[in-house]
Design a protein around this ligand. Structure first.
Ligand SMILES: *Cc1c(COP(=O)(O)O)cnc(C)c1O
Length: 419
């Protein structure tokens, strides 16, 4: 029997709120407090000036590299800093085009601009990550790198992307900001390309409030990253190279380092919890031809931070998300013209308008590039269509089997009524 939808005045499936969907932030407890207090009691707030392995940040780097499976990891102060450092480390600069997906946080594109290179926007496919076919179509003689983004916790189609990058000689800079701890075919994300860039910002899977990490297998890129992230370090670390490069200051503080070390130890357990919950919910959602789950290039490597499914039309998806929220299960569509979500390229205003930081117009109209790159709000129609038809639900690590059942029950109830 069909029960009346809550949005039409029926009884909602659930009235109690669901647990927090900020995995790392909601796991902050006694261990984090002790770690921060330890730093305060030592009054050593700066990582340098003592042996490498006696600072919190130095130890975090070692532990993070071990987790990801790269010989090198460098701590920085944000995910955006990690991307800029990673681009500079592998030699991306003026005149270079860097291809990235049209669905990622605007800071991925801003990082490319900060490295004085030009972002080229490509479509996503049913995985909501970079479409390898469109990647190949967008390659020009000036393309120097590709930035696959493991968006909403799910690994990209790395096999295809790495193969194309090899064929065209492109550097691969993975944006792992939303997928810390995820895997692709048994390897941790951030260890597959030339450089991996992570964020430890408050909303990410694990957090130190603000923070980021750069990982790599290449010693040369590591040395360049170290020099770039600290403008004076090259003079103290002659082993970084005979010819120091100038840099900025993206250093991480000891308090953030201590916090991140504790969170890193919790990472795999948080992901295991979210995977269990997501699996139960997916199993309990009834098969329906008009409800298609997001494709997962490697389901076992998914961090399971969210559940996304596509409906046949934008109108259906909006109606579905509204009805589901009324049942007590917060949900939304991803693309909605009324909401200027900066995770979608059509809302990257300063990119689409090619607004330069200074009046010279770099990097779009600088002598190193012919200046023929064009953007428009509808340049990636498939991306907008998929995001408009996508219904998105967060998965919390703290969902009980009963919570998961409520979620699936509500999805089934709304699907029966609307599809
Ligand atoms: C959050 C995020 C970033 C930037 O990280 P910050 O730590 O906020 O600078 C980059 N890329 C993606 C995909 C993100 O979600």
């Amino acid at each position: 029997m069909l029960s009346k939808l809550a949005v039409n005045g029926g009884t909602p499936v659930r009235t109690r709120p669901l647990p927090s969907s900020l995995p790392g932030a909601s796991a902050i407890g006694e261990e984090e407090k002790q770690a921060v207090l330890r730093v305060l009691e030592s009054a050593q707030l700066f990582r340098f000036g003592r042996p490498y392995d006696q600072s919190e940040v130095g130890l975090l780097e070692r532990e993070f590299a071990e987790k990801v499976g790269t010989p090198y990891a460098l701590a920085v102060n944000s995910g955006t800093s990690a991307l800029i450092t990673g681009l500079v480390a592998c030699g991306i600069g003026p005149g270079a085009e860097v291809i990235l997906p049209g669905y990622t946080f605007v800071s991925s594109a801003a990082a490319i601009l900060s490295a004085r290179a030009i972002p080229i926007i490509a479509e996503v496919d049913e995985s909501l990550t970079l479409d390898p076919q469109d990647l190949e179509r967008k390659i020009t003689p000036r393309t120097k790198a590709v930035m696959p983004v493991h968006m909403r916790g799910t690994p990209c189609r790395m096999e295809e992307i790495l193969e194309i990058a090899r064929r065209y000689g492109l550097k691969v800079i993975e944006d792992v900001a939303q997928a810390d701890g995820g895997c692709y075919r048994g390897r941790r994300l951030g260890s597959l390309g030339d450089i991996g860039c992570f964020s430890l910002q408050y909303y990410k899977i694990i957090t130190s409030g603000e923070g980021g990490m750069v990982t790599t297998h290449h010693q040369e890129y590591y040395h360049r990253a170290v020099m770039y992230h600290d403008s004076a370090l090259a003079f103290w670390r002659p082993e970084m190279g005979a010819d120091p490069i100038p840099g900025v200051n993206f250093r991480m503080s000891e308090i953030a380092g201590a916090l991140a070390r504790v969170q890193l130890r919790k990472l795999d357990d948080l992901i295991a919890r979210m995977r269990r919950a997501k699996q139960q919910i997916k199993e309990q959602i009834e098969v329906h031809k008009d409800l298609q789950f997001r494709e997962e290039p490697d389901p076992e490597g998914d961090t399971a931070i969210c559940l996304i499914f596509f409906l046949p039309s934008v109108e259906k998806a909006q109606e579905f998300a509204t009805a589901l929220s009324a049942e007590g299960i917060p949900a939304g569509t991803i693309y909605n013209q009324g909401i200027p979500d900066r995770h979608i390229y059509s809302h990257w205003t300063y990119v689409l308008r090619k607004t330069p930081v200074t009046s010279e117009g770099c990097p779009w109209t600088c002598g190193w590039h012919p200046g023929d790159v064009r953007y428009s709000e509808d340049m990636c129609p498939r991306t907008l269509d998929l995001l408009g038809r996508a219904v998105h639900l967060n998965i919390s690590p703290w969902l009980t089997p009963e919570d998961c059942e409520d979620i699936a029950t509500a999805v089934n109830k709304v699907a029966q009524a609307l599809l």
